[in-house]
Write a protein that binds this ligand. Structure first.
Ligand code: ZN
Length: 422
């Protein structure tokens, strides 16, 4: 059985002008063809019911159809998002983490995010499998398995989501362990909220070399200088955050084609919480208030720099993709639309931003052959939204239908699950 989706407007993710009255043909989970009005889409559809009763027509004539969105930076089960770490650490803690992850990746799917990149988690590998098997409805997951950091480094307080490793040989071993476990890519963390880099150059070089030698890409958490420069010199594929880049490093990134995932919503949120914590360090309401107060000045300074950093990165020609990375209790998992809206607010343009959320993200995943655009031969991941996101990017919030792997996933057809949410 094939399906034909009639699209009011089609934005295919390649960056060209939108096409009115297009149609997307899906067969066995892949896109079998894309027809514009010039290709006789209307006539083709009109004749379908007589000539091709095997093709089911889905009418999205009132909507804008775009490629499925991709969140390039999540932690599906990070314990920070859960109010009580102790419940992660007892003998049934993994079950709690898995339940949280299941809720999280269902929520992303409902927002039109068909793929997430999980950059360090405890249950990401199993959750990826659970989604593939259909045990839980959710976004497709690419995971780094555990993140790799130096002893006591950034991320090492993550419960089961981090592997501490020191020295070039141990970093290599940690990379090998993640590959053996089934990771899709490698995540290395090398900076904290201070001006001191964590890994030494030789450790970063070893980690990246080991991953690349085996054909795996490397995502690197680097927010400060000189960590960002060291990561770029080591040859990482994506810089996560990059909040304190210099002109020199921006130039290097653009030249070498290193992607930047700016995750501005995470830093804006932390700056906001830090301000609150500074005003009232004893106050209740956030169990991390003491920690926030300690680093408040760094967060606030970094938050104030986000817009200018983003504009400079764009002007330097660095390729950017959309990721969220927010792990705070009582804050929405993957506030993706807010991140997208920062891109537009800071001058990136609606079409460029849509590409950063789709095609460029798929490239930065190394999956451009399968994902990121609505083109013949690709996996059928797309969404229908009400309104015109090229006029108002907020239209991306009005998701009416999500197709993943050629199946309609939202509205959810499954009656077994209690609907999570608002
Ligand atoms: Zn992160």
């Amino acid at each position: 059985m094939a399906e034909l989706y009639r699209c009011g407007t089609l934005i295919d993710g390649k960056g060209g002008p939108p096409v009115k009255n297009a149609a997307v043909l899906v067969d066995s989970g892949r896109i079998a063809g894309v027809l514009g009005p010039g290709d006789g889409a209307t006539e083709f559809i009109a004749k379908l019911s007589d000539e091709r009763p095997d093709i089911k027509v889905v009418d999205l004539g009132g909507y804008t159809v775009l490629p499925g969105l991709i969140d390039m930076h999540v932690h599906v089960d990070y314990w920070y998002s859960h109010p009580n770490r102790a419940e992660y650490e007892d003998e049934t803690g993994d079950a709690m983490a898995a339940c949280l992850a299941a809720r999280n990746i269902r929520s992303t799917l409902e927002k039109g995010i068909t793929t997430v990149r999980d950059l360090a988690s405890g249950v990401g590998l199993k959750m990826r499998r659970a989604v593939e098997l259909g045990y839980v409805p959710g976004s497709r997951i690419f995971t780094s398995a555990k993140g790799i950091s130096m002893t006591g480094g950034h991320g090492s307080d993550g419960y089961k989501s981090c592997r501490e490793a020191d020295g070039p040989e141990e970093v290599r071993k940690a990379v090998r362990e993640q590959i053996k476990a089934g990771a899709n890519l490698i995540k290395i963390l090398t900076s904290h909220r201070s001006e001191h880099p964590e890994y030494r150059q030789e450790e970063l070089d070893a980690g990246v070399d080991e991953a690349h030698r085996r054909g795996y890409w490397v995502a690197c958490h680097a927010a400060i200088m000189p960590s960002c420069k060291m990561a770029v010199l080591a040859g990482v594929d994506t810089i996560e955050h990059g909040t304190h880049l210099t002109d020199e490093v921006r130039e290097m990134m653009a030249e070498r084609g290193v992607y930047l995932i700016p995750t501005m919503i995470a830093y804006h949120t932390m700056a906001k919480l830090a301000r609150k914590a500074k005003e009232d360090p004893e106050g209740a309401g956030d169990f991390r208030r003491e920690f926030l107060a300690k680093h408040a000045d760094w967060w606030i300074r970094t938050g104030d720099m986000l817009e200018s950093q983003f504009r400079k990165a764009a002007a330097a020609g660095i390729k950017m993709a959309v990721g969220t990375d927010l792990v705070v209790p009582d804050v929405e998992f993957s506030p993706y639309h807010e991140e997208i809206e920062f891109f537009v607010e800071y001058g990136y343009g609606e079409m460029n931003t849509i590409c950063a959320a789709t095609r460029v993200a798929a490239e930065a995943l190394g999956k451009a052959d399968d994902l990121g655009t609505i083109e013949k031969g690709k996996i059928a991941d797309f969404i229908a939204v009400e309104g015109d996101p090229l006029q108002d990017i907020k239209a991306l919030r009005n998701v009416k239908l999500v197709v993943k792997d050629g199946r309609v996933e939202v509205p959810a057809p499954v009656p077994y699950y209690t609907r999570w949410g608002k």
